[in-house]
Design a protein around this ligand. Structure first.
Ligand code: SF4
Length: 310
C-alpha cells in the first residue's frame, strides 16, 4: 500500500479529494525483497516538461490539492532530487501541497539542501535490529538504520512544517519481518518520535504481491495472522499513532473480507483501521516515469507499462 501512495490516500479520503501520484524515476539505491517495481527496466527519469504538465493539471483540478511523489526513490541521484525539489517548490508557489514517499537513506546528506514536502512518508519495515535485514543496498549490504534516523531527526528539526510518517510493510518468508520480534523492533522508532509535534502516523500494511516481472522471494502474510500479530504488541495497541492500512486489493474474495472483518472486531482493531476502497483506488491517478497514466490499481502492475527492459 506504501506503493499506492502511503498516507496520502487516507488523508485524501478524509478530505474527500482525489489522489494523484507520480513516479519521478524508476531507480533506487536499495533492493528490497518486497519491492513492487522490477529491477530489469532501463533507468529513466520523468522529464521536466511532463512534471510541469502534471503540476498544471493539478492546479486546474478543484478536487486535488496535493501531488504524491513516489520515486521509485525520489532522492536517488542529483537529477531526481533536483526534479523533486523543483516540483515541491513550484507546487508551494501555486498554493498546492506535496507528499513524498522515500526510503530516507539520503536525507541526512541532502538536508539542509532540500525543499521539504508537506508530508513525508519514510519506509522502514524494521527498527534498529531488523532494518538492515529488510532493506539492503544494491551490493547486498545491510541498509543503514542509523543513517535513516539521522535524516528523520533533520526533517523533524527543519523549519519546514513537514508531517513525518513511518511506513511498515509486513511480509513473511525467510527474510520477512512477520514476527513478534520484528514488530517490537519496528515500534522502537515509533515510541521515540510519536509525541513529536511533526510526527503524524505509523502505518502497518500487509505486502501486496504484484506482477513485477520477477519472482518475489517473500510472501504476502495471511491477513488474520497479520492482525493477530499486531494486536499482541501492547505498544502498538496503546499508541495513538499506529494504524493498519488495508485496501480492497488485499482481499481475494468476499469470504476473506468477511473473515478479516470479524477478526478486526474480535481483536478490537476497528479504531486502528484505515480502509481504502476499490472506488478510491480506481479514482486515483498514477503517472509513471515515462508519462504513462493509470489508476492506482493498474499503476502498480508494471506489466501494464510500456517500458524498455535493460
Ligand atoms: S526502498 Fe522502496 S523503491 Fe527502493 S527497492 Fe525498497 S521498496 Fe523499492
Amino acid at each position: 500500500m506504501g506503493a499506492q501512495s502511503g498516507t496520502l490516500l487516507w488523508r485524501n479520503q478524509l478530505r474527500n479529494e482525489d489522489t494523484f501520484t507520480v513516479l519521478t524515476n524508476n531507480t533506487c539505491n536499495l533492493a528490497c525483497d518486497m519491492c513492487y517495481l522490477g529491477e530489469n527496466i532501463k533507468p529513466e527519469i520523468l522529464s521536466t516538461s511532463n512534471m510541469f504538465r502534471i503540476v498544471e493539471e493539478i492546479n486546474n483540478n478543484p478536487i486535488i490539492s496535493t501531488l504524491g511523489i513516489v520515486g521509485k526513490e525520489p532522492y536517488v541521484n542529483k537529477k531526481s532530487t533536483d526534479l523533486t525539489n523543483y516540483t515541491i517548490t513550484h507546487l508551494r508557489e501555486n498554493g498546492l501541497k506535496s507528499s513524498v514517499i522515500t526510503n530516507g537513506s539520503k536525507l541526512n546528506t541532502l538536508i539542509p539542501g532540500l525543499s521539504l514536502p508537506d508530508y513525508m512518508d519514510i519506509s522502514l519495515d524494521g527498527g534498529p535490529k531488523t532494518y538492515g535485514i529488510q532493506r539492503k543496498t544494491l551490493s547486498g549490504k545491510q541498509g543503514d538504520y542509523d543513517e535513516v534516523m539521522k535524516g528523520v531527526e533533520k526533517v523533524l528539526d527543519s523549519h519546514f512544517r513537514t508531517e513525518v510518517s513511518f511506513l511498515n510493510t509486513i511480509y513473511s518468508g525467510d527474510t520477512g519481518n512477520f514476527s513478534e520480534y520484528a514488530i517490537a523492533d519496528m515500534m522502537i522508532p515509533i515510541l521515540k518520535y510519536q509525541s513529536h509535534e511533526k510526527f503524524h502516523t505509523a502505518i502497518f500494511s500487509p505486502m501486496m504481491e504484484t506482477k513485477r516481472g520477477s519472482e518475489f522471494s517473500v510472501d504476502e502474510p495471511n491477513l488474520c495472522d497479520f492482525l493477530e500479530l499486531l494486536s499482541q504488541n501492547q505498544d502498538f495497541m496503546d499508541s495513538d499513532k499506529t494504524k493498519i492500512q488495508l485496501s480492497s486489493e488485499n482481499f481475494e474474495n468476499s469470504d476473506e473480507r468477511k473473515k478479516v472483518s470479524n477478526k478486526i472486531e474480535e481483536l478490537d482493531l476497528l479504531e486502528k483501521l484505515i480502509y481504502i476502497s476499490e472506488k478510491e483506488l480506481k479514482a486515483g491517478t498514477r503517472i509513471n516515469h515515462t508519462g504513462q497514466r493509470f489508476d492506482l490499481i493498474d499503476g502498480v502492475h508494471i506489466e501494464n507499462w510500456n517500458i524498455e527492459v535493460k
